[in-house]
Design a protein. Structure first.
Length: 565
């Protein structure tokens, strides 16, 4: 329901405009043209089944409106033409705007034209211009006067929010929209009313609030049965399958998603088919049915190769397939799936990341992404048989393989270091006899013993987390001098005083992060302060020096470990 076909959207738009403007005809008479003539044309147009004849009537309508300089009828004619002529819809919508933007009395035409342009660009998967036109539509839309337009526009904006991962904001939009559609569309545009319920349940799946998702799925099915819209039930079957997956009810998930995938495949609804296959694959994976998981994920890949479009959440398809063929030492397949992931990411970056947290603002596309897209475009349009293209492609492939190997090795190294940090235990240091040390350090035995004892208390009481500790300040606190303290630390701890202090703090914060899930939610800067560091930069450097990995990587792997428990 969130991925309707172009035909469905055009039918919805046509219904809306006829509903909107037929009621206005009685108020749109002008001296130079009898309103009856336009009413007759509208009646004939609405009852004509032949597309060829419909175009003939509409052509006369537009010609008549131009001749008599009747802007309202001309706008209505353009609106109907934008629905009838699929290949010229954008031209007619721009024609509407060229007139309506000059007259505040035509704001409804302006808002609906921008909305329709947004839907046009959605079908072209040009999310940048889709969003821009929705924003423009909101500027001109009068929701109080034309609530149906408001419902359809808010629904579309909610979908954009969901697509870029802003699910909480999307939920607010969809829940408010559900109230509007229940009031204005229910009993008139039942499919649009049901799709607003589906949008809420689908959004709850990704927040996630699974109990609420289940409630709205059930509500959607009940309403679809009551309104005799049985075909709409399959959308709630898909949503319920996803809910079951997140609830770890994998067998129930497979049952629902299998039904949904068969229906969407029969309707050639590829976006919803790919989503069904993806969560089927995830469910099979969780049950250890790897062969079936591979089959499902390969179907998602097959759809992407046809459409060049996938929802961002489906990126996991390629992580699974890459890992799967990697275990089989199938380098060719690994390169192929990695190229697919790079391709998908380039599309997602170009079409979606630019609007992160800027739904109501103007946006800029990073120069780096722009240059990358131009290079990709140029590369794809070179002649395949060109020798230059062949060698460039070969060189690019070799470079990619090298980068992939290096990155893979780097990931394994980081993973190994992470495991070492997790499993590491405090080693018991073997101390020399104080008599021997006394001679080496030229420090009295009782002084050495006292300093070591005080350091043990210093470590036990976690006083090292206090900021701005220096050799001098600690020596004063321990009632000794800096020379003695420095020598004892260097000899018994095997490191300089600054390294000793830094390592104590790192070990302390590592132990806390292992156990304290709330602390993991802190920023790196806040965690650094908890450990006693003055800033995030010095903390990150000390952490990497001590553990060989960055604190951000350590936090991410901790969360992954807990998720898999």
């Amino acid at each position: 329901m969130k991925n309707k076909s172009e035909t469905y959207k055009k039918q919805t738009a046509l219904f809306f405009f006829l509903f909107l403007f037929i009621s206005s005809f009685g108020q749109s008479k002008v001296d130079t043209l009898s309103s009856k003539s336009f009413d007759e044309l509208l009646y004939i147009y609405n009852n004509e089944r032949s597309v060829k004849k419909s175009k003939l009537y509409l052509g006369y309508w537009i010609k008549k409106a131009k001749k008599e300089k009747n802007e309202f009828q001309l706008l209505l004619g353009y609106e109907l033409a934008s629905t009838l002529y699929n290949d010229k819809s954008l031209i007619y919508l721009d024609s509407i705007l060229s007139i309506s933007l000059k007259n505040n009395n035509y704001k409804a035409f302006t808002a609906s034209a921008y909305k329709r342009k947004g839907e046009y660009f959605y079908n072209k998967r040009d999310f940048k211009r889709e969003l821009k036109n929705y924003i423009l539509a909101k500027e001109y839309a009068d929701y109080d006067k034309f609530p149906i337009l408001g419902c359809l526009l808010e629904y579309n904006i909610g979908l954009v929010k969901n697509r870029i991962g802003e699910h909480k904001e999307a939920l607010i939009i969809h829940k408010n929209n559900l109230k509007l559609t229940g009031k204005y569309l229910k009993g008139k545009l039942n499919e649009e009313y049901l799709q607003s319920i589906y949008a809420v349940s689908d959004t709850y799946n990704y927040i996630p609030n699974l109990d609420s998702a289940f409630y709205y799925n059930r509500l959607g099915v009940d309403e679809a049965l009551r309104l005799q819209e049985k075909e709409s039930i399959v959308f709630f079957t898909l949503s319920q399958g996803i809910t079951h997956y997140y609830k770890e009810q994998y067998k129930l998930s497979i049952d629902s998603l299998t039904k949904a995938s068969k229906y969407f495949k029969s309707k050639e609804d590829l976006p919803n088919t790919s989503e069904s296959y993806y969560f089927l694959g995830k469910s099979y994976e969780k049950l250890g049915k790897i062969t079936k998981a591979v089959e499902s994920f390969k179907k998602v890949d097959s759809i992407f190769r046809k459409t060049n479009d996938l929802l961002p959440v489906l990126r996991g398809t390629y992580y699974f397939l890459i890992e799967y063929v990697q275990k089989k030492d199938d380098l060719k397949a690994q390169i192929d799936y990695t190229n697919q992931l790079i391709k998908l990411d380039s599309i997602l970056h170009a079409n979606e990341l630019f609007i992160n947290k800027n739904l109501i603002k103007e946006y800029d596309i990073p120069n780096l992404i722009s240059k990358k897209e131009k290079l990709i475009y140029q590369l794809k349009n070179k002649e395949k048989k060109s020798i230059v293209f062949f060698w460039m492609l070969l060189l690019a492939t070799l470079m990619f393989i090298i980068i992939a190997i290096v990155q893979n090795k780097k990931r394994k190294t980081y993973k190994s270091r992470f495991e070492e940090v997790i499993k590491k235990t405090e080693a018991v240091e073997a101390a020399e006899t104080t008599e021997t040390t006394e001679i080496k350090l030229n420090i009295p035995k009782e002084t050495i013993d006292k300093v070591l004892s005080d350091l043990s208390l210093f470590e036990r009481d976690k006083k090292f987390v206090v900021k701005n500790i220096t050799l001098n300040s600690l020596a004063k606190e321990l009632n000794t001098n800096t020379q003695y303290l420095s020598k004892v630390v260097n000899h018994y701890k095997g490191k300089s005083f600054s390294a000793y202090l830094s390592d104590l703090r790192i070990e302390y914060i590592v132990d806390r992060l292992k156990e304290d899930k709330i602390l993991r939610k802190f920023t790196i800067k806040a965690i650094a302060k908890e450990a006693g560091f003055n800033n995030a930069e010095s903390f990150s450097k000390a952490f990497f020096k001590a553990k060989g990995i960055k604190p951000s990587y350590f936090l991410k792997e901790l969360e992954k470990r807990d998720d898999n428990l």
